[in-house]
Every structure is written in C-alpha cells, then in structure tokens.
Design a protein around this ligand. Sequence first.
Ligand SMILES: Cc1cc2nc3c(=O)[nH]c(=O)nc-3n(C[C@H](O)[C@H](O)[C@H](O)COP(=O)(O)O)c2cc1C
Length: 197
Amino acid sequence: MTNKPAPTEVAIHELIAGRWSPRAYSSEPVSREHLRTVLEAARWAPSSYNAQPWRFLVFDRSVDEVSFKQAFATLVPFNQGWNSRAPVLIAVTAHTLTSKGEVNRCAQYDAGAAAMALVLQAHALGLAAHQMSGFDPNAFRTAFALPNDVDAIAIISLGHYGEIDKLDPVLREREKSVRQRAPLADIVYGGGWKKAF
Ligand SMILES: Cc1cc2nc3c(=O)[nH]c(=O)nc-3n(C[C@H](O)[C@H](O)[C@H](O)COP(=O)(O)O)c2cc1C
C-alpha cells in the first residue's frame, strides 16, 4: 500500500496530507542519489540561531551490513519485526549544547524539524519513511561512541514500499486503517489557554 492520504478538515498540500508512516518495505536498496536528496532536505531545515544541531548517522544495509545490524539491534523488538526488510536506517541525533557550551533548549525541536523535512522529501520521491523512538538510546550511544553532548533522538527507516501481505495480520490491518488526528478545535486555542479559536 503506497497511498494513505489524511482525511483533512481543510484542504492542505498533497505533500503534507500524503506523507504517512508505512511499515511494509521491499528489500530494494535506496539509491545514493535518493539518500543524498533526503539528507539535503534535512540540511535546509530552520533552526534556532541557525545552529543546525542535527547530525544524521546513515546505516545502509547494501553498503555496510555490519553497522546496519548494530543499529538495527538497538530497535525495540516490535520495530525490528516490521523493519526486517528495511534497507536503510537513519539515526537523528543532536548536539545538546551551543557553541558557548550552554544548553540548547531548541536542539530537539530543530532536529525534529529536520527529520520532518527528510520524511517529506522521501514522500515526494515516492519512498516510504517511518520515524521511530522505539530504540535503546543508551545502547545506540555505546555502539556508535556518541559524544556526551549528543543525544540520539529517533531512528528513521527508509525504503521502497513493499507488500502489506508480508506483515503480520495486526499490522496489515493497521496499514489499511484510516489515519487519525484530534480535531482542530481540540488543539488550537485563540487568544488564551482553552479559549475557542
Ligand atoms: C518521534 C516519533 C516516534 C515514533 N516512534 C515509532 C515507533 O517506535 N514505532 C512505530 O511503529 N511508529 C512510530 N512512530 C510513528 C507514529 O506512530 C505515527 O507517526 C503516528 O501514528 C501517525 O501516523 P502517520 O505518521 O501515518 O500520520 C513515531 C513517530 C514519531 C514522529
């Protein structure tokens, strides 16, 4: 299944409505050109003071299977299950300190913005991308010798869409279910906390 557009309350751009988090990958590798394109999109994300705190660690199964397996091993078992064919994992990490050594309280926000740019670009290329917090950040830190001031925030799996029939029955149904969000009226306030917009 390659297409699961959001049933939006208001019409929005297809790139945003059409991006979703699939779980069925084929094992086809992602070309170097496509990888560079999604990473370039991430590079152009905005950040507080233009600090660009994000750092991406790319694990391409077709290039370096050993490090791919090391990164894969840090995923929680549920995520390992549906990622068994995923050809690429991209870890999103961020420097948590500014150049002056102070805490950058926007580091995670900025890294999230870069990750969103990356997955939107992936969608624009017809690729499937799925962000995950379900991994062990300490195990990841140890495996890849992250400096103390760098946090591992998420891992994104990236690949080509695969057959949903190869997923287990529960995930197969989830793949087909309608995407859901809280109504706009529940998440937007006008002029004060809980005031109607
Ligand atoms: C930071 C973050 C962490 C996530 N972690 C996981 C995860 O560990 N496993 C998983 O299957 N999906 C994970 N997701 C995907 C969400 O479940 C998904 O984005 C959400 O259900 C909305 O679905 P949609 O992206 O298709 O609109 C994560 C998404 C984000 C943004």
